[in-house]
Design a protein around this ligand. Structure first.
Ligand code: ZN
Ligand code: ZN
Ligand code: FE
Length: 791
């Protein structure tokens, strides 16, 4: 072993000089990890190097064991704010006589899986500089540092180095270069480092491509346009947003009209926290989440009486909703749009056409959004990877995500069991795919509804990127059992060289929540959603399952009811209501119910004929459809313009219940051949009866939630008493409904059952692919007899 002579001011003797190789994995790239290691190593007089590798960060240090131990302790416990250390391994190796400590270029070789750091919101140090007149980056819209700025959205290849990002088009100037190479500067190795001299630029253009303003003038003019009621397409971090003044009724209505989005709630971006406080009731947990580097859209409760004076938020942001999606600025460009807190809040809705992916190219925006936006605030830093905003809410201490994307993706989920290389394509709606290897399951960003070729193309391209980045060659490709989904066809095409495997939709929902919560034992699963392919030829969607990721048994379901016209009827809850009433409570056809005024005699006759003759009328056990029917019977919504609208509005109506009278709605539970059947016959009869008595509809909506939650919990209670599992998972898209979740959870706890509630992995179809991975892994590698056929 070669060891160099000790010189300098070292205090230890030659025999104590040792060299170690340290490998750190976790979120260690693009978060200032190398400069941090550099500073800590130099502080301790250690020699050697640090560099990014495809594994994570590789460090070699030479010095005394005490100093190395001390360094390891610091790396493990005091890493930079956005980093996360998952594993650290140390091996002693031969000394080689380094005489200083360096940051080396990354090694680019395919070894093992590493992480891609999500985009990080602009940090406070950078915001301060952004508005400091004396700073050389004053009002520079791409200011960033090792603690903040774009990451995932600009990455082309790994490892994370400027030359492998879309910043490769910009050569840094000498001042930026000095900062980049100075280990004591907070921009040391900040890969997207840039300034007004060398970096990307913004401009404001009109829909014909004419330049309206350059650089900082763009912001001044944009603000003026926004305050005058104009709509601007803004190129953000992961794609375009459409922005307009959130306090201007006329503008918000005009955006709805131009985007052909009559009702779907629109998220807003508030200038700062004080604006959020002014309009919303907000808890300390919500403040933490809103101001985190992830900056998700959080559903916040509107104040009844906003503090302060002046115009309030537009009533058209989310008509009849008590909650609105709110986020805070997360790029310097956003901060500049809100300079001095004006405007107070902007609508920030994704810039796309219905069901198509969020737009990322300037040229595409000019074509696709030309009839929507009055102007375009664009820039010349390309977006490599689209990434929509994440959406969620806080319930007590729980963060519940409805969409896991910016700030989270593509960080992996850890599974207890090791998995083989598997690709799972998820479902058609809210698609997110998953790719796994070892204990890591990489979930993609939000892909969208895979019901059109553009989204399918986005899905395909992103799959290939993931396979390349994480160097995982899938051995199995999993798809939903539904044979007609574009995702199923894609799986069939992709699986030519490996094994394809179909997994039942609700089983995947159940496995997903089991995996997200690391549950090791059998559970009951109340899986409530809209539509899923049932192995018996019907449409499932209100299921009580018992099982684990290895297998499941269906022990209960909603009563099968007719769906006249099949999936097409989902857009018209009134048809479902008519079919359900006809089937369960035909006397109601003669009652003077409001619903009958909204259905033409002709339409009514057709629906009834379809039901009677069983023509193009599949049977469904869907819980989502029961919500639709009840929403229509109560007059809440007869026809929808976005997914889940009727159910969402029914929940919102329930929150308006001020009455304490108890209108009992009887939800029946039967047992047929060992199968629990949730039968809404009495419930609909009670509902109609109350309506004829003019009972308050908000009270009925609320009571419906109580009846439903209670009957679900009752069935689980019986199963538990008969020796079934104590854990009850609440999953499927219907459990995005907070009221139903909380009622069911309370009723379960009253019987000493343990509810497993929605969390960071969405319980809607965005979580399906995680469950698919676990099920396929179990079938092929733990219980091979299950892999003989789809299930
Ligand atoms: Zn920063
Ligand atoms: Zn520069
Ligand atoms: Fe589903």
């Amino acid at each position: 072993m070669y060891c160099r002579n000790i010189i300098d001011n070292r205090t230890y003797s030659i025999k104590n000089l040792k060299r170690f190789k340290i490998t750190v994995t976790g979120i260690v790239q693009g978060v200032g990890f190398r400069p941090f290691v550099y500073r800590e190593a130099v502080k301790r007089n250690l020699d050697g190097y640090v560099r990014n590798s495809t594994k994570g960060v590789e460090i070699e240090v030479e010095g005394s064991s005490t100093s190395v131990n001390d360094l390891v302790d610091t790396i493990t416990n005091h890493f930079p704010p956005n980093a996360r250390v998952d594993n650290l391994s140390i091996d002693e190796i031969d000394c080689n006589g380094d005489s200083n400590f360096n940051i080396l270029h990354s090694i680019k070789k395919k070894e093992s899986v590493t992480f891609i750091t999500p985009d990080l919101a602009t940090c406070n140090d950078c915001i301060q500089e952004l508005f400091d007149l004396d700073n050389r980056r004053y009002e520079y819209p791409f200011i960033n540092c090792t603690n903040c700025g774009p990451r995932f959205s600009i990455i082309k290849e790994l490892p994370y180095d400027r030359q492998y990002t879309t910043m490769d088009e910009f050569q840094y100037c000498s001042l930026c270069s000095d900062e980049y190479h100075d280990p004591h500067d907070r921009r040391y190795h900040a890969e997207p480092i840039a300034c007004d001299t060398c970096g990307p630029k913004v401009s404001l253009i009109d829909s014909s491509g004419q330049i309206l303003a350059d650089n900082e003038n763009s912001f001044y003019i944009s603000r003026n346009l926004l305050l005058k009621g104009k709509i601007i397409a803004v190129k953000g971090l992961g794609g375009f947003h459409l922005a307009c003044d959130a306090k201007n009724d006329e503008t918000v209505q005009s955006l709805r009209k131009r985007k052909n989005r009559p009702h779907k709630p629109m998220a807003i971006m508030c200038a700062n926290l004080s604006t959020v406080y002014k309009y919303f009731e907000i808890s300390p947990r919500e403040v933490d989440e809103l101001t985190s580097s992830k900056r998700p859209i959080l559903l916040l409760k509107l104040r009844n009486n906003p503090s302060g004076t002046g115009k309030t938020l537009s009533q058209f942001l989310a008509p009849n909703h008590s909650f609105i999606g709110v986020m805070l600025p997360y790029t310097p460009l956003h901060h500049l749009l809100f300079e001095n807190g004006i405007p107070e809040a902007l609508v920030m809705t994704s810039g796309n056409q219905t069901d198509e992916p969020i737009i990322k190219e300037n040229s595409d925006a000019l074509v696709a959004l030309r009839d929507i936006a009055d102007a375009f605030l664009i820039h010349d830093r390309p977006i490599q990877n689209r990434c929509d905003d994440s959406v969620g809410y806080i319930d007590g201490e729980r963060t519940v995500l409805l969409r896991r994307s910016k700030g989270y993706a593509p960080l992996p989920i850890y599974s207890i069991k090791k998995t083989r290389p598997i690709l799972a394509l998820g479902s058609m709606l809210n698609n997110v795919f998953a790719l796994s290897k070892g204990n890591q399951i990489f979930l993609s960003q939000h892909i969208g509804n895979v019901n059109n070729l553009k989204t399918l193309d986005f899905l395909k391209k992103t799959i290939y990127k993931f396979i390349d980045w994480f160097d995982i060659e899938p051995e199995i490709i999993v798809h939903d059992l539904h044979p007609d989904l574009l995702t199923t066809h894609l799986a069939n095409n992709l699986s030519k060289n490996c094994t394809g495997f179909g997994v039942q939709h609700h089983f995947a929902h159940l496995a997903s929540i089991i995996a997200a919560n690391n549950i090791k034992e059998k559970v009951q699963g109340l899986v409530l959603d809209g539509t899923g392919w049932g192995p018996d030829g019907s449409i499932w969607g209100g299921e009580l399952l018992v099982g684990s990721e290895d297998s499941f048994k269906r022990v209960g379901h909603m009563k099968y009811l007719p769906l006249p016209g099949g999936e097409a009827s989902i857009k018209k809850p009134i048809r479902i209501a008519a079919a359900y009433l006809k089937t369960l409570f035909p006397e109601s056809l003669d009652f003077p119910l409001e619903i009958w005024n909204h259905l033409s005699p002709y339409e009514r006759e057709i629906i009834f004929k379809m039901v009677d003759n069983n023509f193009n009328t599949p049977m469904t056990s869907s819980a989502g459809r029961l919500f639709d029917a009840v929403a229509s019977i109560l007059g809440v919504r007869h026809e929808i313009s976005y997914e889940g609208q009727a159910a969402i509005e029914l929940e919102q109506l329930a929150y308006k219940n001020g009455s304490h009278q108890n209108y009992k709605l009887q939800f029946d539970l039967f047992e047929e051949d060992g199968m629990f059947i949730f039968d809404p016959k009495s419930l609909l009869a009670n509902l109609v009866e109350q309506l004829t008595k003019d009972t308050d509809k908000a009270a009925l909506a609320h009571q419906f939630h109580i009846s439903f939650g209670s009957i679900l919990a009752k069935a689980s209670g019986i199963i538990y008493q008969r020796g079934g599992p104590k854990y009850v998972a609440l999953c499927g898209g219907v459990f995005q409904n907070r009221l139903l979740t909380n009622i069911t959870s309370e009723k379960l706890k009253e019987q000493n059952l343990i509810p497993i509630l929605p969390g960071i992995i969405p319980v809607n179809d965005a979580g399906i692919s995680l469950g698919q991975i676990l099920i396929a892994n179990s079938a092929f590698f733990h219980n091979p007899k299950n892999s003989q056929s789809d299930y």
